[in-house]
Unconditional design. Sequence first.
Lengths: 515, 351, 178
Amino acid sequence: MLALFENPRLRGGIHAEEHKTETSGVPIALDMPLPKKLYIPVQQHVGKPAEPLVKVGEKVLKGQLLAYSQGTISAPVHAPSSGLIADVLDFPAPHPSALPIRTIVIETDGLDQWTPIQKPDDPLALAAEEICALVGAAGVVGLGGAVFPSAVKLDLGRKNKIHTLLINAGECEPYLTCDDRLMQERASEIVTGIRLMLRGMGAPEATVGIEDNKPEAYLAMREACAEFTNINVVQVPTRYPMGWDRQMLRYLTGREIPADGRATDIGVVIHNVATAHAVYRAVCLNQPLITRVVTVSGSAVAKPQNVEVLIGTLISEVLDFCLVDKSRVARLIMGGPMMGDALPISEVPVVKACNGILALSEQDIEIPEVKPCIRCSTCITACPVGLLPLEMASRIRANQLDAAVDLGLKDCINCGSCSYVCPSNIPLVHYFKFASGELYKRQQMDHKSEQTKRLMDDRTQRMERIRLEQEAEARRVMEARAARAREQELAKQQAQQAQQSISEAGNKATAEEVQ
Amino acid sequence: MSIKPVSGPHVVAVRSVDSIMRKVIYALLPATAWGIFIFGWPALYLCAVTIFSAVLFEAVCLKLKGVAAAPYLRDGSAILTGLLVVMTLPPWAPWWIGVVGAAIAIILGKQVYGGLGQNVFNPAMLARVALLISFPIEMTTWVNVKPILLGPGIMESLSITFSGLSDLDGVTGATTLGAVKTGFSVHQTLPGLLHDYSAILAFIGWERGSLGETSTLLILLGGLWLIRDGIIKWQIPASLLLSIALLSSLFHLIDSQHYLGPWVHLNSGAVMLVAFFIATDYVTSPNTPVGQVIFGAGCGALIFIIRSWGGYPEGTGFAILLMNAVTPLIDHYIRPRIYGRYRNGKPIDVS
Amino acid sequence: MYILSAIIILTALGLFLGLSLGIAAKYLRVESDPLLEKVEALMPGSQCGQCGFPGCRPAAEAVVSGSAPVTLCPPGGTSLVEQLAKLLGVDVDLSQTKDAEPMVARVSEDTCTGCTRCFKVCPTDAIVGAPKQIHAVVADACIGCEKCINVCPTECLQMHPVEVTLRDWRWPKPMAAA
């Protein structure tokens, strides 16, 4: 009986207005003019920031390494064009807070001159380790938005026994079509990338999952894969968040990744389709990741299209290129409308994670009036994870974060399905983001208080030691003084004795004299 | 940064609380209109008085709470509560029954808990039960069916609603359930008790009963429309009706002289209204599909039990309130399984 | 007669229950000492004195005895309040407690005379320096206890809010529904 309501392959999710046709039929624009200045943040990935190795005033060529990766989970960044290093400074990041991040600024010289490149003769004959090394050196990260260093994932795949590489081409966010266009235009390159990834991980086969609202991309990929029997291209239903890797995995295999584990635990590695293309470029052309395809759309955009943009280009320049009417922009979003971040300013660079720039006008974003929860439980139906958003939010509102964690707050993926369907327009996801941040803050505070305790203990111990030393010192001084005093006493006594003996002797002498 | 960060999602579905309430009201209108049609002008007056006083009490409560009343009044929840209250009242009940019912529903049923979304019990059922216990005579005086144009006129009806009925015997009778219960108490048996019962008329709603409860057909249509539009889910109505049908069939087969059959159960009293419009109340029903099935089945079983063995001929109000009380318990134990975890919350084991 | 038996039964019942409660209170009493240890372990332990007690131990004693509220410790923040409330089984309206904005001390280099008084009182050794040298505060170790502020002869130490960086930026709490 329970099984009837449980374990459906497709759980929760929503179907929002797609808005994909505006851009899905337009070819990727490659003619974006070279910006005068490029702003390259040293951290565009999950993990440790890269360490700059160029100096201000230095000349760099296109594709040259600017900052090298530090530690195991990190990725390097490269020069997107040739020019001078104008500055290394703190520059606003493409983030809802627009707080600064360490950024390398290149003043382009307009030559767009490549650094010398050695293309491998037969990339598909390279050893697995070599492929991974090339991918890592090219700074390839997951381009679906998670920006996890791809080489780390490939290495992980090679070390664990992997039976399937899952290529996520769901692209379930409304508006976005960059993966769609990429598959339509560069399917064979993507397939080469997939084959390289398979080789890099030693995995036998790959499955490409494409939402069924992209028939052209599906056909293009089918055709490109026709001769490779180990790569399956399958259509999946259009239902946000199908592009959540775990959801797609569940739909395609019927299996779930353990809540505390990774996909490799069940023999699968999941990569984004755009990442496969970046891998192709990194290995076959030996080009680092310095451009990416970005969907520019929204009703304030006069010329909505996909643009291949150099990493580091200011978003304001991309908006100008797509003829955005700035006065109509009510909200600027990096990413899709469901999970993307609203940017407070447009003078921030395009980074590796940026798959879309949406300039939404007032009519797109209703400013909703928040009403009390009527417990309609639509959010529970919409949640792809199986959480109780309304219960979690009400706990968080009362600051009972531990209760929210018990309800599964840490399993929330912030996909926004619950907020989307909420008839009371309660900002559920905002509550969850707030709570996660708050939990992290508390964890840090606990760390700090532990550290404080350690420091205090050290200090009291030191004080104790100093006190003991001082006491010992004082005792020594006292003893020394006492010893000296004793010596003096002794000396005095001796002197007295001597005197006495002298006087006795004198007396004796006198007596003898008398005698 | 001066701009307050806005979190996604940046697009929202078009559904709102107001539109949900509006749709539920629309779905109830045919059954109400039918009630007014077969019971005449007094029914209309009672509707007006009850709904008006529900809105008035809501406004007063909001004023006392110190919040702006207009946006909350606009959401239509007070109108809906008033409508549901009046639909469960005897059509010729005096005006003050409507006012007291609205007061109980809005003040004791909803606002003392903190307003919309906070109440434990369904306000309309609370009002119905409280009125039934407090004013048993007024609450069990069932007028005969007399279409609006054949019954008392506009002015005459005013005096029925506002100064009370003078001559009761000529125009009133018992409901099917009431008649059967009384018959059992004097050792009469079925099917004889149902000699003038018409299955078809009961389905259409041509019978004595509460103002908006008689027409199974119209309530069913309204409910199905709500299910189709995704306002309510099928779990509660289906499990509620099914459990009544199964239980009554079973007992009817065992002892057809003392237990009504499923058709009579489903077509009499408030069962249809409760199944589609009261038990499905978001606030007082469980959150998860499994929980909703349990809730619906529980309501159905209790309705059958109270009708068959209880002191009252109709048990829907009590059944709903009892199940409302266990709803938090159901929600506590029935939770959806989280991705990558077993039902008990432990991560799934793949090794 | 009925009344008499009722009175007798109820009296007996009352006496019996009262007696058992008394016995239970005597023999099943929970020793309260471990609680004090636990409470003190939760406290930051910096003896900063912001609660008005001379140190964390006296503060813990006051909390355990109930003479001070669980919200007494500003550096502990909401997290401490929650833990204390759980431990002591008291209800606290957490929406009312508000974390004080975290502050750190900073030395203004123009006026520091290198008198060494501040780093002698710092409970966490967060101030480094040497006689006649300008001192500096290690922001990570500073707990914002303000002890150094009080001893500085030139008022060169000031409290500043901790600067928010991209790494520790957090989403603010959404506005509650009206």
